[in-house]
Structures are given as structure tokens and as C-alpha cells.
Design a protein around this ligand. Structure first.
Ligand code: M6R
Length: 478
């Protein structure tokens, strides 16, 4: 196998069994996932742990360019030169039930309902006994992190939208400039990156090729990379200088939901960690934000419990052929994510805009009956933000738009301008995306179902997995 692996080009995972030794399986990987399951008198190979989780939770994470030979009782790892190599052993922290639908109509439905836990679990165990925030696997000198003068978030699709939310929070808390760049754009241009740049790679699967290439490129330029990843044993955390794992459990549905919320949560933790390290915030300020964060799972649960009204609205709109989404500040990435979910699931035209951009062209799209979701910020939040969005709603209503408003409980100012209102509990503005996106997920799923699309139940399959633990390398969006 080592001879073959050395001669192969491109990305591969290769398995071989010799007809004369059927109890021995040899596997090799280069830029493609391969995980070993360690059982009692049995061992397994899979592209991710979901393949063998019903047999064992013990796994070996193979490194890049390694060859593994398994029999029922032994596992040997060598590199492509045949030299014995180390592979990292770990225990999977979820079980087979997490990868099943558990009575829900689709994996997406289940994963929407998993969100309070996904956020809660991502917050768990993040402080040391003295109350200080800690990262999972930090291989960066703290002095280096103190000297960082720019952060670039690299990611694709939904993960990139979580990066947009991170930008607002990290810049506000840490006063470090944050850029968000689609990984496939980053890797094909000539980004300005040096030793003082911190690159944050966000990925559910940990295997998205564009994001991996961006990570490699950034490190070649001397930048440090922290990855926010859901999938243990995947490639990107291994190639990063530090990792912050999200604990969303396996995300089976193609349309990302709980991974998005846990990515945002992890990004908040990273922002607070940097603020702590660099002294931008006092410990009691950080503790207060953490306390607000710990309230979020309960509030997300409330939004989910209010889902029937969203579902009924979606059913009434099953003939819609275009839906627009508007938001400002952190509501803008929420609008982008709402549009992405709808395109991906219901296969209709959907677009998200920064509400302030309306008058610069997109308002021409609004005519009689055009459904427009508007994410209204808290009236208690940043001065002027709420009233600006209210005037945006008035503008589009004047053109005949049907306004579907996501607003905070008790925000009576929106009532006169909303055709439908989806209420979410009060929260600090920076944390509000964790709530505001949930009705949009439910809406997209329900509209897709009403239209008879099968996409909500589209889940990973052994041949085309995309999940926390199961995504094969993907070039584009899932
Ligand atoms: O596994 P990743 O987070 O790196 O995947 C990135 C995107 O492909 C992914 O977020 C995609 O946009 C969502 N599945 C869409 O719902």
C-alpha cells in the first residue's frame, strides 16, 4: 500500500483487502478523511465515526499521509515511507441515538430541536477552577495572541455567516479589526497575512477543502490559526494551532442548523477569551456576558416552542416564488442565513440584504405582495438601530411588501408595520442571532415541506456524508 500511496496524486482515501487474507484491511489517506474504530475483537474503518458508532466509541484519528492495517485484534499505523507512525486515540462524545431521527419528521427537524442542547453543551466546561475561560487545544503562545493586530475568519456558506456574527462581537469586545472572507476567495487571491494575523477557520465538518486550503495558506504566511470545528478527528483541527470544538453532536441534515448556533456560540467564547487575554474587559464584565450566554439555551427553546405559528405562515405561503430578508448589524448575517436556508431547502429565489442597502438598488425588487422578512433589533440595543429598521419596514410596506417581522417580546413599535410577527425573547443585541435565526430555519423547513420538497429529509448517506463527523471533503457548499 505504501508504494501505491506514494505514486498516487490528488486527494484520496484508499482501502484494500487481499483475497488470501480477508481478515486484514489496509487503508491510506491523503487530504481525505479516514478514521479507525477500536472495538473488542473487531476494528473498523470509516470516513467518520458515524459508520461504527453503534459498535464502539473509541477511535483513532489518522494523520495526513498515513497507512493503517487493521485485523480484528490489531491496528498498525505507518507513514507513506513505511515508518511506524503515531495516530491520536480519542473517545467519541455522542452515541448512536444522536445520529438517528428520534421520532422527528426529518433530521433537520430533529437538529432544530437539538439546538438548546448544542448551544448549552458548547458552553459547558469552558472555564478553569478560577473562572477563567480556556480553549480546548491551544498550541499558540499567549504572548502571540496578545500581539495579534487583525483577525480573518475563513469559512464557507452558513459557517461564514457565523463568522459575520463573530465579527460584530469580537470587534466590539476586543477592539481588533475582523475581516470575514469566504475560504475559496481567500485561497485564490493574495491576502495580506503575517505573524500578527490570527486566522479563525470555522467549519462543521472540519473537512471542507476550501477552508482547509485557506488554513494551509494562512499558516504558510506565518499566521496562527484557531479553528472552530464540530468534528473530532477531522483534518482542519489537526492542521490548526488551536481548536475550539463546538459540541453540537452529529449534524446529519444537509442544511446546517445546530452547527450554526454552536459556531456562533464558540465564536463568542473566542471573543471573550481574547478580551480576557488582552485585558479589553474586566473579569466581571466577561462573567456577565457568560451569564447572558448561559440563558440562551432556555430562550432558544422558547422560540422553538413558538414554532407552530411560523409553520402555519409557511404553509400559507407555499406558492411564494421569491422571499427577501432584511437585517442590520447582527441581523444582517441572520438575513443572509435565512435566505440560504430557503434556497437550499425550498428551491426558490431568496436573497438577504443589509437593510440600509435597500435604497441603493434592491428596493426595486419590492412590489405588491412581495414577502420580506425583517429582523428587527432590540429597542433596548444600540441607539438608532431599531428606529432605522422600523423606517426600512415602512419603506417596503409603502411599496406593497408583505412584511414578516422577527421582533423582541414587547416591541410594540413594530406592530403597525408587520403583517406577521414572530416574537423572540429579549436578549443582548450581540447574542440575538442565536434566537432570530430559529424562526427562519423553521420557516424554510416548513415551506419546503409544504411545497413537497424532499430536501429537508436529505441527510448524509455513507456515500455522501456531510455531518459533524461525516462530511467527506467538499469543494463547495453542502
Ligand atoms: O462543514 P462546513 O461547515 O465547512 O461546511 C460549509 C458549508 O458547506 C455549509 O455551512 C453549508 O453552507 C450549509 N450546510 C448550508 O446549510
Amino acid at each position: 500500500m505504501t508504494d501505491v500511496a506514494q505514486r498516487l496524486e490528488g486527494t484520496f482515501t484508499l482501502l484494500a483487502v487481499h483475497a488470501d487474507a480477508p481478515d486484514t484491511v489496509v487503508g491510506a489517506r491523503h487530504d481525505s478523511p479516514l478514521v479507525v474504530g477500536l472495538g473488542e475483537g473487531e476494528n473498523f474503518l470509516g470516513s467518520d465515526v458515524a459508520a461504527f458508532i453503534s459498535h464502539t466509541k473509541e477511535a483513532l484519528e489518522l494523520g495526513q499521509d498515513q497507512v493503517v492495517t487493521i485485523t480484528p485484534t490489531s491496528v498498525e499505523v505507518v507513514d507513506f515511507d513505511g515508518v511506524p507512525a503515531e495516530a491520536k486515540r480519542y473517545t467519541v462524545d455522542w452515541d448512536a441515538a444522536a445520529a438517528e431521527k428520534g421520532g422527528f419528521s426529518s433530521f433537520m427537524d430533529k437538529e432544530i430541536h437539538d439546538q438548546p442542547h448544542a448551544v448549552g453543551d458548547t458552553l459547558l466546561g469552558r472555564t478553569d477552577p478560577s473562572g477563567k475561560l480556556v480553549l480546548d487545544d491551544l498550541r499558540i503562545d499567549e504572548a502571540v495572541l496578545r500581539s495579534v493586530d487583525k483577525i480573518i475568519v475563513v469559512a464557507c456558506g452558513t459557517a461564514a455567516y457565523s463568522g459575520h456574527v463573530a465579527k460584530y462581537a469580537i470587534e466590539h469586545w476586543c477592539r481588533i479589526p475582523v475581516e470575514v472572507e469566504l475560504a475559496h476567495e481567500f485561497r485564490y487571491r493574495d491576502p495580506i497575512v503575517d505573524e500578527k494575523t490570527l486566522v479563525v477557520a470555522v467549519t462543521q465538518s472540519g473537512e471542507t477543502m476550501d477552508t482547509l486550503m485557506a488554513v494551509r495558506h494562512a499558516r504558510e504566511q506565518g499566521a496562527k490559526v484557531i479553528s472552530i470545528v464540530n468534528t473530532h478527528g477531522s483534518t482542519i483541527p489537526r492542521e490548526s494551532d488551536a481548536v475550539l470544538y463546538t459540541h453540537a453532536g452529529p449534524e446529519i441534515a444537509v442544511a446546517s442548523t445546530k452547527a450554526f448556533l454552536s459556531q456562533i456560540t464558540a465564536a463568542y467564547l473566542l471573543g471573550l477569551y481574547l478580551a480576557q487575554l488582552r485585558g479589553n474587559k474586566f473579569p466581571d464584565e466577561i462573567a456577565a456576558i457568560l451569564e447572558d450566554l448561559r440563558e440562551m439555551p432556555r430562550k432558544i427553546q422558547t422560540v422553538i416552542e413558538r414554532g407552530e405559528y411560523v409553520r402555519a405562515t409557511a404553509r400559507s405561503m407555499k406558492d411564494a416564488s421569491s422571499v427577501l430578508f432584511l437585517g442590520r448589524h447582527v441581523g444582517f448575517p441572520v438575513a443572509l442565513e435565512g435566505a440560504l436556508k430557503l434556497k437550499e431547502l425550498a428551491y426558490i429565489h431568496a436573497e438577504g440584504f443589509a437593510a440600509g442597502e435597500l435604497k441603493h438598488g434592491p428596493i426595486a425588487l419590492i412590489d405588491e405582495g412581495q414577502p420580506v422578512f425583517v429582523i428587527v433589533p432590540s429597542p433596548r440595543g444600540r441607539e438608532g438601530l431599531h428606529s432605522k429598521v422600523i423606517s426600512n419596514i415602512q419603506e417596503i410596506r409603502a411599496r406593497g411588501a408583505r412584511t414578516l417581522v422577527i421582533a423582541e417580546d414587547g416591541d410594540d413599535a413594530v406592530r403597525p408595520f408587520a403583517d406577521e410577527i414572530f416574537w423572540i425573547p429579549e436578549s443582548p443585541t450581540l447574542l440575538s442571532p442565536l434566537l432570530a435565526v430559529v424562526p427562519l430555519q423553521i420557516f424554510a423547513m416548513s415551506l419546503a415541506t409544504a411545497k413537497g420538497s424532499t430536501s429537508t429529509s436529505r441527510a448524509t448517506s455513507p456515500s455522501r456524508s456531510r455531518s459533524s463527523s461525516r462530511a467527506p471533503r467538499r469543494e463547495g457548499a453542502a
